[in-house]
Ligand binder design. Structure first.
Ligand SMILES: C[S@@+](CC[C@H](N)C(=O)[O-])C[C@H]1O[C@@H](n2cnc3c(N)ncnc32)[C@H](O)[C@@H]1O
Length: 283
């Protein structure tokens, strides 16, 4: 690891790698497993398997995918990309022809540059090497262009007098069935660039409310919620009061996500549908 790098790699209980961020003094995932968390707390919690299945059911009747020509996902705090990566893996296991669009929000290109270095389950290697590696290459170029050195000791380092506090840019991957855009910026700025009522699932995965309170405010969470389609789930791992309050004030009904090794499951949110009475014209 480069001396400038603020993170250290660790192995979680399912064998997948996570990192400890030394600035936040927090790991990117819990010890139960980076891959496991992504699968249960985000991908399955948002019912993306059901969505892919419903799409598939329609394809057997019609040649075109009718209900979900594209599954759209917003990945808030993209980090090591497990949430997006496992979503792609699981959706394509069910329907390899399913088109997927992902917008990722992340302010640290350096963590994305680490993606080829993570240890992952064997059946996830394809995602790491074919999808995440090209994004990592773009992240490295962005870091170099903005005057920040590469982050891994095997990489060619670029000396820089000034370490830029932040790098702004965009990473892109476009294939026949996958369109990924990762906006490298503070998520509070990037979220304003995105269309409302657009996503079928939102993964909300900042560091904890204690260490990263700016991403758990009512204001930011309301902005994120406004991007969800009415039936879309928004997954988090946190059961903190601020998480419950912020999603509730943003007009969501709250559910409990999977507990895994914790006492409480994280907040799982969905926009409240308007009551029929509020839709009727006033007498
Ligand atoms: C818990 S980690 C995300 C883990 C990730 N979802 C994954 O599956 O690997 C939190 C991420 O939030 C990013 N982050 C912190 N503050 C941010 C901000 N203001 N805007 C955007 N991203 C931020 C960190 O760089 C880190 O990658």
């Amino acid at each position: 690891m480069d001396i400038n790098s603020p993170f250290v790699r660790e192995t979680t209980l399912d064998g997948s790698s996570t990192y400890k961020n030394l600035e936040y003094n927090e790991t990117y995932h819990s010890s139960i497993g980076a891959y496991t968390e992504a699968l249960y707390k985000h991908v399955l919690a948002c019912k993306l398997d059901e969505l892919a299945n419903s799409s598939l059911a329609e394809t057997s009747v019609e040649p075109a995918i009718l209900s979900f020509p594209v599954i759209r996902i917003l990945d808030v705090c993209f980090g090591l990309a497990y949430n997006s990566g496992v979503a792609i893996q699981k959706i394509w296991e069910i329907n390899p022809a399913q088109r997927i669009e992902i917008i990722g929000l992340e302010n640290d290109a350096a963590i994305i540059a680490e993606l080829p270095n993570i240890e992952v389950p064997e059946d996830y290697l394809f995602i790491r090497d074919s999808i995440m590696k090209p994004l990592a290459e773009q992240a490295k170029k962005l870091l170099v262009a903005s005057g920040r050195g590469a982050v891994h000791q095997d990489d060619e380092k670029v000396e820089s007098e000034v370490l830029q506090p932040s790098t702004i840019g965009e990473l892109n991957l476009l294939t026949e069935n996958l369109n990924m855009r990762i906006l490298i910026n503070d998520a509070r700025n990037a979220v304003t660039e995105i269309e409302d009522d657009y996503f079928d699932a939102i993964f909300f995965d900042p560091f904890s409310p204690k260490t990263c309170p700016v991403l758990w405010t009512e204001e930011f969470i309301a902005a994120v919620v406004s991007k969800a389609k009415p039936k879309a789930y928004i997954s988090t791992y946190s059961s903190a009061r601020i998480a419950k309050d912020s999603f509730s004030k943003a007009g969501c009904e709250l559910f409990e996500g999977p507990k895994l090794n914790r006492r409480n499951g994280g907040v799982l949110a969905r926009k409240k549908s308007l009551a029929v009475s509020t839709l009727l014209p006033k007498p």
